[in-house]
Design a protein around this ligand. Structure first.
Ligand SMILES: Nc1ncnc2c1ncn2[C@@H]1O[C@H](COP(=O)(O)OP(=O)(O)OP(=O)(O)O)[C@@H](O)[C@H]1O
Ligand SMILES: [Mg+2]
Length: 267
């Protein structure tokens, strides 16, 4: 918590980063609380609901996330903050104004270069498994690519990584599989993603294996996919979809969703 609030001190002024109001503790002084703005859902929950209720993937959610996260991460970079845990669960959505914001700076680095590896297995970059003394913000660009890839798929790449216990080992196994035979599996995953060609190109660039060839923010912003948004993309289908899912009856209000146990109890 202290580390998180420390990192967040530097990233207070960006429309795509969750706003923090302050840090407080309870009367016993044993618990600390971080007070922040409340958003509606994280992206992992959002795409789950989308698929469940409509069976559809939304290009505009991907585009909105792409542009918002490039903006947030470039800002973090300007403040020497590396987030290190970019993933759908740490990206929040305001359903009313379709704003996408980054949260959870719990393992962020307040130095541009770091040597302590942290993160979530599925999103860790390949360079974590090379003999390197330090790492930098380019880990966030790789994780953004993995995050976008996740958003294009109903079956999220869970890949059983959690069964390894240690996230670093799990990531090593996952990256080895991803990059085997010249990265065939990675290429197949991107090719199979249900999104536009421009979106695939953007994801492919983020997932550049060689860290020295991975694009920087300026290069990412030059890509067609990002430029589309700069032209003033209107998130019409996203707004309509959010209106639709926010009107869905809650689980307990829908009799058809009654569970087996409940049915037995009631009969
Ligand atoms: N400001 C917020 N508004 C709405 N939901 C939030 C907010 N902050 C966090 N959440 C929800 O809570 C979840 C956990 O929060 P966060 O990512 O900050 O903590 P964490 O360190 O990852 O915790 P844990 O690993 O125990 O889940 C997020 O994935 C998101 O679903
Ligand atoms: Mg989190």
């Amino acid at each position: 918590m202290i580390e998180e609030s420390e990192a967040m001190k530097y990233v207070i002024d960006n429309e795509n980063i969750v706003k923090i109001y302050g840090l407080c503790e309870d009367e016993s002084r044993r618990h600390m609380y971080l007070c922040m703005e409340l958003l509606d859902k994280d992206l992992s929950e959002t795409i789950h609901i989308f698929y469940k209720s409509t069976g559809k993937y939304l290009e505009s959610l991907l585009l909105n996330t792409t542009c918002s996260m490039v903006n947030a991460l470039e800002y973090c970079y300007s403040k020497s903050i590396v987030h290190r845990d970019i993933k759908p669960e740490n990206i929040l959505l305001n359903m009313k104004n379709v704003t996408v914001k980054l949260c959870d700076f719990g393992i962020a680095s307040t130095k541009r270069e770091f040597n302590f590896i942290a993160g979530t297995a599925l999103y860790m970059p390949p360079e974590y498994h090379e003999l390197r003394k330090t790492f930098d913000y380019r880990c966030d660009i790789w994780s953004l690519g993995m995050t976008l890839l996740q958003l294009t798929s109903e079956k999220l790449l869970k890949e059983d990584v959690n069964s390894y216990g240690d996230p670093f080992i799990a990531s090593q196994v996952f990256i080895e599989k991803l990059l085997k035979d010249g990265g065939i599996w990675l290429k197949k995953l991107i090719d199979a993603a249900k999104c536009s060609i421009e979106a695939k190109d953007f994801i492919r660039e983020c997932l550049t294996i060689d860290i020295d060839k991975r694009p920087r923010f300026e290069q990412l912003k030059d890509l067609t996919y990002y430029q589309e948004n700069v032209k003033g993309y209107y998130y019409k289908d996203l707004i309509e979809m959010l209106e639709k899912i926010s009107n869905l009856p809650k689980k307990e209000e829908n009799p058809q969703e009654q569970t087996e146990t409940e049915r037995k109890k009631n009969s």
